[in-house]
Design a protein. Structure first.
Length: 178
């Protein structure tokens, strides 16, 4: 059972940011730790650098150090500002979906927090527990396409894996998550 299954979530604001954190993973000085964590200089490893920046880091919580993955979304431009205003940031939407996946019992990394800048074009971040040794499914598709950037996806029976992935997508859909 994941740590956030039994958890409550706390909203926070301060230091020109706002968001929500899983109470079970709350840092002692929430604002300072969140500000440190969402600065890419806190990264211990870059996982993906593209439209969004995804990196591994360690978060200081009341229970000790926690390995996390930070997905930082950029919000520059009129389209992004409008989307954020009317639909919510991608970070907040990622947070909602992750909490819902946990609620319906589907395996997902524990959602730790979402945070966004109070500035209209400032970044927003979704933070989840880092599953050490896990490999993103995007690497499977890169390998299938003979992409030179494919990294470390284990050898699997492609058809069997796609079948399992399809069943997972069906479970997510059946749970009402679109």
């Amino acid at each position: 059972m994941s740590a956030t299954d039994q958890s409550t979530f706390e909203r926070f604001t301060g230091g020109k940011i706002h968001g929500e954190v899983a109470s079970a993973h709350r840092p002692e000085d929430l604002t300072s730790e969140v500000m440190r964590l969402v600065d890419p200089s806190a990264s211990t490893e870059t996982i993906h650098w593209g439209r969004n920046y995804i990196y591994a880091a360690e978060m200081e919580t009341l229970a000790g150090r926690l390995p996390v993955v930070v997905k930082q979304f950029q919000n520059q431009g009129l389209k992004k500002k409008l989307e954020r205003r009317f639909k919510g940031s991608k970070a907040k939407r990622s947070w909602r979906v992750a909490k819902e996946l946990v609620r319906v019992g589907l395996a997902t990394p524990d959602p730790i927090l979402w945070v966004e800048s109070d500035e209209p074009e400032g970044p927003s971040c979704f933070v989840a527990k880092n599953l050490i040794g896990a490999v993103e499914v995007r690497q499977f598709f890169r390998r299938l396409n003979d992409d030179p950037e494919a990294q470390g996806f284990p050898e699997v029976d492609d058809e069997a894996f796609l079948g399992r992935l399809g069943r997972l997508a069906r479970e997510i859909n059946d749970a009402g998550i679109l």
